[in-house]
Design a binder for this molecule. Structure first.
Ligand code: AMP
Ligand code: MG
Length: 407
């Protein structure tokens, strides 16, 4: 039996970074970039007007004011998306729109609010001065050709999608999302579309595990329910090892005579690195590796399986993709009510928590009974952590809180 901190360390030490692939721009959301992304163009790609107004020579209007307006000839109109044809000379101006290229000869744009048009738009009266060079964004001012605009390791969120689009990176190099193969074990377990007969239960774990794996940014492959039979287990775990990056099992890891998962793992050449954790819920949690493949044998009790996956498997799935933050965020919390446990194992207690003053949260135990109560979990958004040696934890005690993000 090992401590939880050691279990987490062993899992992460044995987790390798996955290979990379290329995905289309809009599929890249949520992936981690596998390479630095460089711009293929200057941004702006030309000297660009940042205001609607007139492009002109700043020297011409140095003395302009309401009482002494300067009148210039308007020689051209330049909407955004067009290319100016005429060079602006002394005493001349071109009407220009935001985003349009500044014409040759002009060094300044005066905004339309500081002007008045004359004689049907052929002339403009400038009513105020503006600094030479104003209202122009210069070529390459934001980004120059070949400049790195996103770093390898960045997770693609909406702004990164915008940047990828801006630099023409329509094929995006990313770390592959690991394929998690999910297996539910137990001769009593039936698929959700069936009404359980006497002695049977529905497979809830297989589905919640797949949902959790998806939330952890994995792809999932459902390998089905396997009865408590050594040959059947060997076959399906073997299939998982052949076709997936991570194999995740529910049940069959306790000490009973029908708990055959560990034997099957060993027989298939999986090196079992631990099979018991001094934690609650979820003591009989098994972890092994075969080459780069990871195998998690999670306990059958739904709450144990959920907690084990969030605290051990999720960090591994995220590390495989080079994600920076692999663990859930933590906070400090105080308990709303007294809490008791029989000492011996560090406990992760599903709780409903709300943020309070100065970053301290308040937590309310969701009241699961033993580790079987799946329904209580639906109220939980966090786990508060009770140290192994604690017995009576009075209301108001400050504890560590794990926030189940994206839950
Ligand atoms: P086990 O770890 O196989 O001894 O299972 C422990 C408990 O979890 C038993 O009550 C099982 O019936 C239950 N259980 C096992 N697998 C599942 C599953 N896929 N969905 C829901 N409950 C399960
Ligand atoms: Mg079982």
């Amino acid at each position: 039996m090992i401590e939880m901190d050691d279990a987490i360390r062993i899992v992460l030490e044995n987790t390798q970074i996955i290979d990379t692939e290329t995905v289309d721009l809009m599929d890249a959301l949520g992936y981690v970039l596998a390479k630095d992304i460089r711009s293929d163009i200057n941004m702006p790609p030309f000297d660009k007007a940042t205001m609607d107004g007139y492009a002109l020579q700043g020297g011409d209007i140095a003395s302009a004011s309401k009482s002494t307006p300067i009148v210039l000839d308007v020689i051209e109109e330049i909407p955004a998306g067009t290319v100016p044809k005429r060079t602006v000379g002394k005493g001349q101006a071109s009407r220009i729109m935001t985003g349009a290229p500044v014409p040759r000869g002009a060094d300044t744009v005066i905004m339309v609010e500081d002007t008045e048009t004359e004689t049907g738009g052929q002339k403009v009266r400038v009513l105020d001065v503006t600094g030479v060079g104003e209202n122009i964004a210069r070529l390459g001012e934001d980004v120059t050709v070949n400049q790195v605009v996103l770093n390898k390791g960045a997770q693609v969120r909406p702004p990164e999608i915008g940047i990828l689009a801006a630099v023409g990176a329509v094929q995006v190099p990313v770390f592959r999302k690991p394929i998690v193969g999910v297996i539910a074990t137990g001769s009593e377990v039936v698929e959700p579309m069936r009404v359980p007969e006497p002695g049977q239960i529905r497979n809830s774990n297989g589905y919640s595990m797949m949902a959790q794996a998806l939330r952890a940014s994995a792809q999932v492959k459902y390998l089905g329910i396997v009865e408590d039979d050594a040959a059947a287990l060997n076959r399906v775990i073997g299939e998982g090892l052949d076709t997936c990056d991570v194999v995740m099992l529910s049940g069959g890891v306790s000490a009973g005579v029908y708990d055959l998962v560990q034997d099957a793992m060993r027989e298939l050449g999986v090196k079992v690195l631990f099979d018991r954790i001094r934690m609650k819920p979820g003591k009989p949690l098994t972890f092994g590796v075969k080459g780069r493949k990871l195998v998690f044998g999670l306990p059958g009790n739904p709450v144990s399986s959920v907690v084990g996956l969030e605290l051990l498997a999720r960090p591994a799935i995220r590390k495989m993709q080079s994600m920076e933050r692999v663990h859930h965020a933590q906070a400090k919390t105080v308990l709303k009510a007294d809490f008791h446990q029989s000492p011996g194992r560090k406990q992760f207690v599903p709780a409903r928590s709300v943020p309070g003053n100065q970053g301290i949260w308040t937590s309310d135990w969701v009241g699961h009974h033993g580790s079987a109560d799946l329904f209580a979990l639906a109220r939980a958004n966090s786990l508060f952590v009770v140290e192994a040696e604690a017995e009576h934890v009075p209301a108001g005690t400050a504890l560590d809180l794990i926030l189940l993000e994206n839950w």
